[in-house]
Design a protein around this ligand. Structure first.
Ligand code: 4NP
Length: 160
């Protein structure tokens, strides 16, 4: 069985600040699991490789764009990745290559295989990373949502 078709019980999404990309994936997958009645089967969480925004709500621009597509992120609060996450979660999905390498650097050897790129679940294999929208315009937040909705649908399919 391939890694992608295996069924993890817990998923951690990771970006840099945990206020734009990973909380969006967190909220979107939670919502999709709820829609499919699978919310009690899979634990979803998100965290940042950096600690600059710990305790904060998702970025207001990201929350607004998400809400326009029906995804409420207002209950989420940023936190940093913790060493215990590598043991706790069965799948750890990096939003970009920098997040991926940062995770690989601090992850214990026995858990290295849990770390994957989030967009391996996307329908379009040509995009590797979800671009960081923090310093850009509104389009960047829409692009994050396009990629996140697509890849989260791919993740959901592994549970159906
Ligand atoms: P995220 O976006 O990693 O998708 O949450 C960012 C948020 C904040 C910063 C960078 C990226 N920052 O530099 O503060």
């Amino acid at each position: 069985m391939s890694q992608l078709s295996s069924k993890p019980e817990s998923i951690l999404f990771v970006c840099l600040g945990n206020i734009c990309r990973s909380p969006t994936a967190h909220g979107v997958l939670e919502s999709m699991l709820m829609g499919a009645g699978l919310q009690n089967r899979i634990v979803v969480d998100s965290a940042g490789t950096g600690a600059y925004h710990v305790g904060n709500k998702p970025d207001s621009r990201m929350m607004k764009a998400s809400l326009q597509r029906g995804f409420d992120l207002s209950h989420l609060r940023a936190r940093a990745v913790h060493q215990s996450d590598f043991e706790r979660f069965s799948l750890i999905l990096a939003m970009d290559l920098e997040n991926y390498h940062d995770l690989k650097e601090v992850c214990p050897k026995e858990y290295q295989d849990k770390i994957k790129m989030f967009l391996t679940y996307a329908s379009n294999n040509s995009v590797v990373s979800v671009p960081d929208p923090y310093y850009g315009g509104e389009d960047g937040f829409e692009e994050v949502l396009d990629l996140v909705e697509d890849a989260c649908s791919g993740i959901l399919k592994t549970f159906l």
